[in-house]
Write a protein that binds this ligand. Structure first.
Ligand code: HPA
Length: 238
């Protein structure tokens, strides 16, 4: 049992989906997994293990932002020996290369976070996805005919920005979407030699102002979860 996850050894699968919202974790378990059992409710941050096409899969809520996601990913990696971590979340579109409901497959994550600033002290680390999971997710999105973009995301520490011009600056360097967790998940996985990927659906558009209804969000979220599950099953753990 770890500090923030009340699971016994062996209760968490080597492959874990990571939604930010714990209620999304329950929805994924109810909708996609067979025989799902809840293994933690600590702080309301739900986690479940079940099977998908006969393979053990867990789904663990992470909360919002890199500090919160970091707690769960550290414990999943170091105490539960998880091999594959795939974030399934939402993001805001920063350019017109994206429309709401599109699926963003994050090949890399830029960040304004102090987490990597402190870790690397003046060196700039490229937080990148696992190539095999990335390739498998692209193939799954193509097979599902789901509109998707493979791009760099901006993992921001702020949802409400005090200096939006800084975000505009980074958009000029091939960054198309903003979310709040991928950079830390990629960095922790790389350090431990594990595989990580972030897939997000566009829930709001910061250029056009377009938004999704909750029903649309649920449908696109489901498509993204299927892409994530298929990508994990197609990728042998490293
Ligand atoms: N900013 C950060 N994270 C997000 C956003 C956003 O606008 N939309 C969905 N996740």
């Amino acid at each position: 049992m770890s500090i923030h996850i009340a699971a016994a050894p062996g209760q968490i699968a080597p492959r874990v989906l990571l939604p930010g919202d714990p209620l999304r974790a329950r929805w994924i378990a109810d909708t996609f997994l067979e025989n799902a059992q809840c293994y933690t409710e600590v702080r309301g941050m739900l986690g479940f293990t079940g099977t998908y096409r006969g393979e053990q899969i867990s789904v663990q809520g992470t909360g919002m932002g890199q500090p919160s996601a970091s707690i769960y990913v550290n414990e999943l990696i170091n105490e539960y020996h998880v091999q594959q971590l795939v974030r399934v979340g939402s993001c805001g579109a920063l350019t017109e290369r994206l429309k709401v409901r599109d699926v963003v497959i994050a090949k890399a994550a830029a960040t304004d976070s102090s987490m990597n600033a402190l870790r690397f002290q003046g060196y700039h680390y490229p937080a990148t996805a696992d190539f095999h999971l990335l390739r498998a997710a692209v193939e799954a999105a193509e097979a599902a005919d789901a509109p998707h973009l493979v791009t760099t995301v901006f993992s921001s520490d702020s949802f409400y920005h005090s200096r939006p011009e800084l975000t505009q600056n980074i958009v000029g360097y091939g960054v198309d979407a903003v979310e709040m967790e991928a950079a830390e998940i990629y960095t922790l996985a790389a350090k431990a030699g594990r595989q990580a990927l972030a897939i997000c659906t566009v829930s709001d558009h910061l250029v056009t102002g377009e938004e999704t209804t909750s029903q649309e969000r649920e449908q696109t979220f489901g498509e993204m979860v299927t892409i994530a599950l298929d990508a994990m099953l197609a990728t042998p753990p490293a």
